[in-house]
Design a binder for this molecule. Sequence first.
Ligand code: BGC
Length: 534
Amino acid sequence: MSDAAQTPASADWLAGASLYHVYIRSFQDSSGSGVGDLRGVIDRLPHIVALGVDALWLSPFYASPMEDWGYDVSDHTAVDPAYGAMADFDELVEKAHSAGLKIVIDLVFSHTSDRHAWFVESASSRDNTKADWYVWADPKQDGTPPNNWLSAFGGSAWTWNRDREQYYLHDFLPSQPSLDFAQGAVQAALLEIARFWRSRGVDGFRLDTMNSYFHDRDLRDNPPAPDGISAQPRANPFLQQLHLYDRAQRGDLRPLADFLGQIEAMGAATIVGRIGDRLKAERAGPSCFTYVLPDVGFSASSMADAIRDAYAASRDARICWAWSNHDTIRHATRFTTKHADVDGIAAICAWIAAVLPGVFTVYQGDELGLEEARIGEDHLRDPFGRRFWPEIHGRDGARTPFPWQGAEPNAGFTTGEPWLPVCPRHVPRSVDRQAGDPRSVLSTYRAALGLRNRLGLSKAELLGCKAEGDLLLLEVRSEQGTIRATFNLGPTLQSSALGRHTVLAQSPGARFEDGRLHLGPGEFLIQTALGSGG
Ligand code: BGC
């Protein structure tokens, strides 16, 4: 066990850090079970270190019946045997720390599995000691659920329990009952869990679905969403409601802020979801909020608007940017246009990330330029995808096994039968095929993160962010001086009246001519600004 418990170190390490997000199940299988595990992460630490990130963010590895692949926790302080044992976790922490990497883990606190001992007890009667740890409500007079709230995974958010003769709330699957976070005893138990992992050396926590911690105590019906709010096909009616009463309200933010403060007092950094931009008004702690860069189209104007708005909503660059994660369509596919191919998108995104002030997260496979995998109905494992196929494909396409060695069976992920198929289009993008090629996406990521680290860009301040035609222009001030970065996200040659200064990085075709910078499609240039001293 580490000495973290005795030394409540500062959580400041997170400011400006870059994180590597490991979806353990699909990273590296060390046992031949077909499922990635903690030992696999240990074996692959050199890959993560070579990228130049500061920390590892691990997806849930706790005991779970795996109905939502570990986001349905049945014991928060046990390692699920599919992923290894507590000794593997301790070894991972120790080896990561010796390699200079911090460890961030997911805390899934808005709900548990229905097999969690807390729920089993809570469901057993109306007067046990945990009777109010979950959200229970009587049926309406006609026997139907207490209100119209819907689960994000489809259907009513209420499921009937025969023993209590009451409904319980679940924002996701019926097997993921929502905890009643407003109960002091629940908060105390959750803090105990954070303390447990902190004492094992964990440096930071990502608090999953914090906006689900609260709900309206009067259980008022949600109103219908105004026309046009629904971005997905109507297969899932969840988007037809305005989630006014089933999710956190402004008045609820103070207790959330206090809760985060108590975790940070343990010396751990915290990362929260999108609700974090609202939380910043409530507190001065160092937590930062996650922001997935837009899926509204790969254009300079939408990118500039999104970056500017998200940055403005953050405090002191306490924002955690990501292009992709385990819940979204991989960005190399999301951004594909007629003029931009996968390599081009992956590379330019790496360089944009290099200059963004704040925390940056690389989701496993971003650094290889992986596209979204196409998964047939027979292989679907995501409960969300299975429920809404084929209108909604679910999240398996972003969760397929990581390709390590192109010539090995299953691209070196497992010697067994992989839990999700390896995407054939990922095989030529495996680590061993890219590692020695200076033009590969992997080399680009290493170079981009290297520049970010060298120039302290992550701790910089965003001075300007705008679109000029198809050009995205970013200006940031770091301790090393002011830096201007220009990216052409359009299909044609673009030019800008920018003088030439010290070039820090550029794509091969970027050139200055007649006092202007000329960039072809997918080209970029990062340079110091006049008077920066850089
Ligand atoms: C996780 C999802 C999960 C959901 C419900 C989210 O925040 O990122 O993967 O399905 O919580 O458990």
